[in-house]
Design a protein around this ligand. Sequence first.
Ligand code: HEC
Length: 140
Amino acid sequence: MLKKMVVMSLPILLFTQLSAYDLKSNMIQLGAELAQIQKSFIASDQEGVEDSIKNFSKHAQELLGNKDSFSAMLPKDKRYKASEAVMSAQIISHNVKIILDAIENKNNQSGIVRREESQRAYTYIEHACFRCHNIVRDEY
Ligand code: HEC
């Protein structure tokens, strides 16, 4: 009986730990990719912004865009907060689009306006990170 319980709980245990690891390593990667965007903006490196925003956007959507898979990575007592992931993913993809549209000059605006708007959009992306971290870490 005991043996059976151990055998049955092992996969659950392993899975929970793997998920926590997944979340952590994915988040660290997202953090590095966001830093790359910031670096490119600071250096006024437009090509760098384009490359890094595309890279970041893909991983942000993969990690945050699916409520169920994000929920599975959260600790049990925080799972009900998974819908925040989707909300943050939406804020992020909205602002990624602002930056990509500016690069392609979709709205036919001056370079100065496009630069200002992209830089502001970058800070909104960062804000989406802070927002969710506050929510998942606050105890109340
Ligand atoms: C939907 C919620 C959510 C969003 C959005 C989010 N994170 Fe996280 N992040 C977490 C959780 C949950 C953890 C791990 C638990 C903890 O550290 O409290 C975490 C941890 C991290 C860590 C630390 C990993 C470690 O433990 O060393 C980094 C770095 C990080 N996130 C970066 C980012 C960046 C950059 C963004 C925005 C692009 C972002 N996160 C957006 C929920 C989120």
